[in-house]
Ligand binder design. Sequence first.
Ligand code: UGA
Length: 420
Amino acid sequence: MHVSIVGSGYVGTTVAAALADAGHRVTAIDVDPDVVEQLNAGESPIEEPGLEELVARYGGDELLGTTTFNRAADTALTLVAVPTPTGPEGAIDASYVASAVESLDRVVGDDHVIAVKSTVVPAALAAEIAPLVSGATLATNPEFLREGSALDDFQHPHKIVIGTDDADGRVSGLFEELYRPIVANTDPEPAVVHTGRDEAMLIKYANNAFLAAKISLINDIGNIAKLHGVDAYEVADAIGTDPRISDRFLRSGVGYGGSCFPKDVNALINTARDNGYEPTMLTAATALNDRQPDRLLELFDKHVDPAGERVAVLGLAFKPGTDDTRNSRAIPVIEGLQAREASVVGYDPVAQLDGHDLDIDHANSARAALAGASGAVVVTGWDEFAALDAAFNAMAEPVVVDGRRIIERREGITYEGLTW
Ligand code: UGA
């Protein structure tokens, strides 16, 4: 099949490369000429495990980059994978999607299918996107990729969600053809969900909201466990054996970050309120997530008065395996330390907190961050932190408050776990 994809970010590039690898011809449209040039030279514009190799293999050939929307007219289906950032007051900003769809609508024929992969609330889809489509058919096809394992998630999905309001099955047929090689290569076979356009988008929101709420619920239980001197991880291990609960996403600590959970939960809250409904569970999940960094700092305060002291923050990325710091829990933790007049030194194996308005020193190793510090807080669960041992001796009186249950050394230091 010959398909086009608008947007060469982490979703777009991953999907484009994986579809080329699945035997399709892919036209990747991006407004940034540098990104297009990179793709055609076989260089991946983003870092994801396995992606570099596929872009090197198909870039400039089966995966052809262009800045020209006209090229979409040669294909049957265009996937739109551009950012939907948070706009004013928590609503999503669908303007990039709108602009892509508008440009596509001008050039494609009536039998073309424009499928939105970006996450857009149904109300914005109806009000801001659908009116821009004059002849082609508008569909939705959300993604469930995680940063750091995006390619593998796309190549071996647990579900594929196809949203169309087209009654004659033509759009579903195109998607069946698109995903056939992926389905055939995945064991166990993924669920292929054919549903309406809005339903597909709500599935995406519900998926992320459920996982975010699950983390907040285990954090609530974790906070209670800590008050009783109980280890929340022992509790989680046991309840995780119940298949109705499952053992995934039960790691309590300093909470969730990233470019998806906070944004999507907020967008869902926002669209609910617009319709006169107060989503109690979702607002609680968000409030609890916002509070976890404070709890970490309150534990720290029990051992060290941070005013005027040097404090090490271990981990800046929103999760291990990425350099992405968007909505990282490190940000409120650092803000809290600075409000307490501490001087903060941060260390992360790959991430830097540039671009955020936070004045911190970046150390180039954990030991360097710990040297001369009066205490350390752990915000990201990087594996290398598990192995830290003698490095803690670089602090005069080692105090470590762990927000991710990653530190293994307990002897000879003052160690506090956030929920254990
Ligand atoms: C998330 C979803 O997992 C993907 O399915 C979805 O496609 C993606 O958002 C998206 O909407 O694009 P991602 O943000 O890459 O993926 O990261 P996750 O691995 O889900 O982690 C999110 C946050 O939750 C991290 O800060 C992580 O530290 C935290 N987390 C995760 C916990 O605090 N506890 C857990 O048990 C699991």
